[in-house]
Ligand binder design. Sequence first.
Ligand code: ADP
Length: 292
Amino acid sequence: MKLAYCLSPRCGKLYSYWFFLFMDKESNCESIEIIADEISEQEKAVMKTMGLPSHFSSSKKYDKSKKKQQQHGKVKKSLCKYWHQRYRLFSRFDQGIKLDKESWYSVTPEMIALHIASRCVKDDNYRVIMDPFCGVGGNIIQFASFSKNVFIIASDIDPKKVSMAKHNASIYDVSHRIAFMVGDFFNIIKTIKIHVDCIFLSPPWGGPDYLKQDNYSLSSMTPDGFNIYNAAKKYITPNIAFLLPRNIDRDDLNSLLQPGEFIEIEQNLINDKPKTVTAYFGDLAKQDLLQS
Ligand code: ADP
């Protein structure tokens, strides 16, 4: 693993590039073949939630002459990538992790979630972190695992996701330090009365289509990313970690800054490939690196 920083010529902006240099044995989807006999009942159940047949092959042995099979093949190919990355999403996947179909595409890979946790937790002091788009819990698990002195407020608009997040957190033995709530972000933030040290924002990017734009605008999100940032800063804390698509418009991010404020933009890579961007604001941005 290697960490490198580079300063933007524009004052107040710091880019840090974070590289994962480990090899991923499971990345070549084209060569994967799964035979029903080789997979467990639990795996079959999870594959069903992904719309995968319990027996499928994405290898070149696949018979392309039959139209129905061809259509089937297309579905397999797009989904098998996610299935083969299951341990990248949750290292304890086999212990009964629950995911709905949407979450296969949107959960933060565990190594990236762990890194973001290290940035948000910082030291062993007591710390409250809020994750108001917690989904099935990929990030909250890493926040809570990082230090026993961390307490998490986790919420999501979808009750099923909150229920799965609670279940998944219990697999990592951290659910007792997480308060779970169901509700819309803009309503929930107005109900929080305790001091929150930092807020982690991972709102919907609009599914895999977000990559079709050259420069993904914050306003393409639903709810609007500008409104999310401003509301989090107003009602919760200016110490914000914002998980964003890798093609996020950097000018949009710059425009969030008030005079004297800093942003650190970090690119998160796996196997040298950019996966996500995390923007850090407030005391999460590493200002000391700007001055050195
Ligand atoms: P993506 O578009 O990146 O796949 P998702 O649709 O999975 O993202 O959304 C991320 C999470 O945010 C989901 O768990 C979803 O239920 C949740 N979410 C969406 N809108 C809101 C909202 N207004 N308030 C709180 N959570 C929300």
